[in-house]
Write a protein that binds this ligand. Structure first.
Ligand SMILES: Nc1ncnc2c1ncn2[C@@H]1O[C@H](COP(=O)(O)OP(=O)(O)OP(=O)(O)O)[C@@H](O)[C@H]1O
Length: 245
């Protein structure tokens, strides 16, 4: 992730060698009425890399995720995912790319309580008309890898198990990027650490890019890069391992 050099507070040379960006956001502006909620945002996330977005309430973090998901149409700029500009896509084509390329993890899991954990995880693969057997086998394998029982009642899962199930569901279609909006916001301290460790290990374990929005500094610092959004402007970039500020 490299915001425009004019806005960098660190020497760009200090940033580590970058993989090719899976997600590249260029000069993204989103305005509603006369209010600019995102102002010329530039951001990149490479495969096998994690980036955290922090920022005060109302700074535009969720708006940025909604633009990447194609739920909001930017006023200008580009969102290039695996070489395709999502801003130019419409309707079914956008939905298809979103299903295949993006996995989303929510603050409260957002699982369907009437379905088992296995069914929740398999659902995105089935919606993509995946082979039924293969979809369920992959869902079972992911749940097993992430340590969640496949069967039983979804509404009886613990907070941590709920988030792990949400992560398994996000992974089922082998996405290029996983977006997570406050994924640890509803968890106690111990579970928060476990879930945060799991999420920031996804780039290594599954080769995807990870983009996390969080208010929690101890969670944010696990990422390869931390960027700060304020008033719709990407203000700073930090690479925790390098001690940038
Ligand atoms: N549809 C809308 N119309 C007008 N203003 C909006 C709309 N959606 C969001 N906003 C405003 O845009 C700003 C950014 O909102 P956003 O939800 O992206 O912030 P955030 O950084 O995610 O905040 P939080 O950390 O509290 O979730 C806020 O001031 C919000 O009130």
């Amino acid at each position: 992730m490299v915001p425009r050099e004019s806005r960098l507070n660190v020497d760009p040379i200090a940033l580590p060698a970058r993989s090719d960006p899976v997600l590249r956001i260029e000069s993204l502006t989103y305005a509603i009425d006369d209010r600019i909620l995102l102002n010329e945002v530039d951001l990149q996330v490479g495969a096998g890399e994690s980036v955290t977005i922090t920022g005060p309430s109302g700074s535009g973090k969720s708006t940025l995720l909604s633009c990447i998901l194609g739920l909001l149409k930017p006023s200008s700029g580009r969102i290039v995912l695996s070489g395709q500009d999502l801003v130019r896509l419409r309707g079914r084509e956008l939905a298809r790319i979103r299903q295949r390329k993006i996995g989303m993890v929510f603050q409260f899991g957002e699982l369907i309580p009437e379905l088992t954990p296995l069914e929740n995880v398999a659902l995105p693969a089935l919606l993509q008309r995946g082979n039924r057997r293969e979809s369920y086998d992959k869902a079972a394998a992911l749940l097993s890898e992430l340590g969640v029982p496949s069967h039983g009642r979804t509404d009886r899962l613990s907070g941590g198990e709920r988030q792990r199930t949400g992560v398994a569901r996000a992974l089922i279609n082998s996405p290029a990027v996983i977006l997570a909006d406050e994924p640890t916001g509803a968890l106690d301290a111990k579970t928060k650490d476990q879930v945060a460790d799991m999420i920031f290990d996804l780039p290594r374990a599954y080769g995807c890019a990870v983009l996390v929005v969080t208010h929690d500094a101890s969670v944010a610092e696990r990422a390869n890069h931390v960027v700060h959004l304020d008033g719709g402007v990407l203000a700073t970039v930090r690479t925790p391992g390098l001690g940038g500020s």
